[in-house]
Write a protein that binds this ligand. Structure first.
Ligand code: ZN
Length: 235
C-alpha cells in the first residue's frame, strides 16, 4: 500500500467507465472532488502527464515536478484520503489472507502446469476496490480486491505474475488465461472448463488452443515455453 500511488491513481481514474459496478465509490469521489478543488490544473496534470511545452527546458520540468510533489503531499494529508486508505487497508488484508491461504497449493499447481518453478519477486500495490484494476507494469503489479468468484484474487495475481514471463501477443495472453484463469481456477475451486474465464476478445484464441492445451496437460514432462513457441503467431 502506497498512499501517493493510491492518490495519483484515484485522480487518474475519474471517468465513470473506470469504476466497478456495485462497489461503493463514495470515498473515491469525495477524494477526487477535494483534490480537484485544491488545484484543478495540477489534477489535470496527473491525469494527462506533462505537456509538450514542459520539455522545453529542464527548469520548467523540475518546477512542474516540484509542484506535483507538493500537491500530492497535500492530497495525501486530507481527511478524504484517510478514509480511502482505511478502505484500501481492509482490502489489502483480505487479499493478503486469501493469497497466503492459497500460496502453497497454488505454487505447486503453477509449477506443475508450467513444468518448472517460477522464480522472482513482484511488488503488488493494492488500489481501491471501486476502480477496475489489474496490471503488471514491468514487474510491479497493480491490483484491487475482488470476489467475483472463489479465490479470484489468487488466480488473477498469478495471471499478472505470468505476464512477466510471457510476451504480448494475443496467443500468449490466451495461454496465460488457460494457465491461471482456467486451469489454476479448476484446480483450486474443483470445477471444470470450458466455460472459460478471461477477456472476451481472447475467446477465439482460447477455443483454438483448447485441444492442444488438453493434450499438453496430459503430457509429461511439460514445458510451457515449448507450448508457447509452438502456438505463437502474432507478436
Ligand atoms: Zn492479462
Amino acid at each position: 500500500m502506497n498512499s501517493r500511488l493510491i492518490a495519483a491513481y484515484v485522480i487518474q481514474n475519474s471517468s465513470s467507465d473506470r469504476f466497478r459496478e456495485g462497489v461503493d465509490r463514495k470515498r473515491i469521489v469525495d477524494l477526487q472532488n477535494r483534490a480537484w478543488e485544491m488545484d484543478s490544473g495540477l489534477y489535470r496534470y496527473i491525469q494527462h502527464g506533462f505537456s509538450i511545452l514542459d520539455y522545453l527546458d529542464s527548469s520548467t520540468m523540475s518546477e512542474k515536478t516540484k509542484q506535483l510533489n507538493e500537491y500530492l503531499n497535500f492530497v495525501t494529508n486530507t481527511v478524504e484520503m484517510q478514509k480511502v486508505l482505511d478502505e484500501v487497508e481492509k482490502a489489502l488484508n483480505l487479499v493478503r489472507n486469501e493469497w497466503n491461504q492459497n500460496l502453497e497449493q497454488s505454487n505447486i499447481a503453477i509449477a506443475d502446469i508450467l513444468g518448472f518453478e517460477l522464480e522472482g519477486n513482484w511488488n503488488v500495490y493494492i488500489q481501491h476496490s471501486a476502480i477496475k484494476t489489474g496490471a503488471n507494469l514491468s514487474g510491479d503489479i497493480l491490483w484491487a480486491h475482488r470476489t467475483d468468484w472463489k479465490n479470484y484474487n489468487t488466480i488473477y495475481l498469478w495471471h499478472e505474475i505470468l505476464h512477466s514471463t510471457f510476451g504480448h501477443s494475443n496467443e500468449e495472453h490466451a495461454i496465460i488465461e488457460l494457465i491461471a484463469d482456467n486451469e489454476l481456477r479448476a484446480r483450486l475451486n474443483k470445477i471444470t472448463y470450458p466455460p472459460f474465464e478471461g477477456h472476451d476478445f481472447l475467446g477465439d484464441f482460447r477455443e483454438h488452443l483448447l485441444p492442444d492445451w488438453q493434450k499438453y496437460l496430459k503430457s509429461t514432462p511439460r514445458d510451457i515455453k515449448k507450448f508457447v513457441a509452438d502456438h505463437s503467431v502474432t507478436k
